[in-house]
Design a protein around this ligand. Structure first.
Ligand SMILES: *Cc1c(COP(=O)(O)O)cnc(C)c1O
Length: 483
């Protein structure tokens, strides 16, 4: 299986190189030249890790055996991605049973193993510096996934005023000898674009090369992050068939709380590979760039950036939309490159009517502001005794506003404890300063256990408290790793 760039289809690299590099040299994202075929029926009755292994082997031609087993052994329950039934039409796909209680663990538990296997396949003995821009959850999951992995250092940049208290503490107290986290004065988009620039900065590349270090990405711009996520769409569908909720071949909808468009893009790939998905519903928060795009065909980031109760979705530049545009434009790298240049220069682009029509046959969209999310949390608890985190609540709210013509699976992307203050507010509790007690209160009300890994962030020593300006990111990397 060979990979190419979304901006230039003359690019051709091995799967291993695509994972090692993280992003193509022309600034485009690596994509498979053609989608492999995997029959979901071959996964019926299998456990989650076995399903993941099938997906990994279809996309990567290097040795991926045993990776999924290793990756998911750190999850807290027997099933890393259980489907929970709310009623005959509504199901929750819980993706937060990993070490950091958010769906990023689904892929970031796999990526370090994939990277190691890819380096082995390429005979690449350089040290890897994994750079991560995060709106909160990716950073922690990457720190945890890569901690103390040989031959890797990981450095995370998060908006110091744009993440939840638990998210921030969990990154500041991270264990491991090869990890760094840094707060930046700026938002996620600015962190992400600085990190993307770092990959193309000749001077930085040279300085690191002298120390035998090469940069890579753990953001969903890395195809190695995206592919493991495809598996849970297969798995959720097979679970519904295995438990006789649906018959094989009948269609379902997925509603996905969306930020960088990585999670839902994995759903697109699963659908294109034959999982019977009717619509993928893209749920946004008040930063509803994607809703507007799907409705109008214009992607426009010239708008106010809102900080919301769902910080991991506070994103205006959804990187992975680029991969979707590549697919729906019939692999037109030139057109995609032109859209992205317009986005950089003007902050907006319009896609052709054919492209947006195609997108609308596959995707639906909607958004929920903070009030809608709080309402959704209260309603789901009232009606089903089910506790939503504020990101999942955005998806729930959008699902509720639709006529559910198909069984609908909501991707549940974080443990409610990770965002306890918002959840408590929704349940009419007063929230003061956030402490371990805040999590305890949520536990009392919901009769759910506080995840240990979240409770402990309040007592562990702070290791990383540096804050830098968004414009200092490249200098910081050079200073810290290149000297
Ligand atoms: C990252 C994240 C999202 C958004 O996922 P994307 O792949 O960026 O679209 C939604 N919810 C939570 C809890 C997240 O951590």
């Amino acid at each position: 299986m060979m990979y190419t760039s979304t901006r230039d289809t003359s690019v051709s690299v091995s799967a291993a190189k695509a994972v090692i590099d993280g992003i193509a040299a022309d600034g485009g994202l690596y994509v498979p030249k053609s989608l492999p075929s995997v029959d979901y029926r071959s996964m019926l009755g299998l456990d989650y890790a076995a399903r993941v292994e099938k997906v990994l082997s279809a996309f990567f031609d290097f040795d991926v055996k045993g990776i999924a087993d290793k990756a998911y052994s750190s999850f807290d329950s027997g099933d890393p991605a259980p489907v929970v039934k709310l009623d005959d039409k509504l199901y929750m796909l819980e993706l937060w049973h990993g070490k950091t209680c958010a769906f990023k663990d689904m892929a970031l538990s796999v990526l370090p193993h994939l990277l190691a296997a890819a380096k082995k396949a390429e005979g690449d003995s350089r040290e890897t510096l994994v750079l991560v821009a995060t709106s909160g959850d990716t950073g922690k999951a990457a720190l945890e996934g890569f901690r103390d992995v040989d031959g890797v250092k990981v450095c995370v940049f998060y908006p110091t005023d744009g993440v939840s208290k638990v998210q921030k503490l969990s990154m500041q107290t991270q264990d491991g000898d090869n990890v760094y986290s840094v707060g930046i004065k700026g938002n996620f988009d600015e962190a992400q674009s600085a990190v993307k620039r770092a990959f193309r900065d000749e001077q930085l590349i040279g300085a690191l090369a002298e120390k035998n270090i090469v940069m890579s990405s753990a953001n969903s711009i890395n195809i190695g992050r995206l592919v493991p996520q495809i598996a849970y769409y297969f798995s959720a569908y097979c679970d519904l068939v295995d438990s006789d909720e649906i018959t094989a071949g009948s269609k379902v909808d997925f509603v996905v709380p969306t930020g960088n468009f990585g999670n839902i893009l994995a759903g697109y790939y699963a659908r294109a590979m034959g999982v019977p998905i009717n619509r993928l519903v893209c749920a946004s928060n008040k930063n509803n760039v994607l809703t507007d795009f799907i409705e109008t065909g214009t992607y426009d980031i010239n708008r106010e950036f809102f900080k919301t109760l769902s910080p991991s979705m506070d994103i205006l530049v959804s990187s992975n939309l680029e991969r979707l545009l590549f697919e729906v434009s019939g692999h037109d790298g030139e057109a995609v490159g032109a859209y992205m240049t317009k986005l950089t220069d003007k902050g907006r682009y319009d896609v052709s009517p054919e492209v947006i029509d195609k997108i609308r046959t596959i995707f639906a969209c909607g958004y929920a502001d903070d009030d809608d999310c709080l309402e959704a949390i209260a309603e789901a608890f009232d009606e089903y005794g089910y506790v939503l985190d504020p990101h999942t609540a955005a998806a729930y709210s959008v699902a509720e506003s639709r006529e559910l013509s198909y069984p609908t699976v909501i991707a549940s992307t974080a443990s409610p404890f990770k965002f306890a203050p918002a959840v408590l507010t929704a349940l009419d509790e007063k929230v003061g300063e956030v402490t371990a007690k805040t999590l305890g209160l949520l536990s009392d009300i919901t009769a759910l256990d506080v995840p240990v890994q979240l409770a402990e962030v309040f007592t562990k020593p702070l290791r990383f408290t540096e804050i830098i300006d968004k414009d200092e990111i490249l200098d910081f990397i050079a200073r810290k790793f290149g000297e």
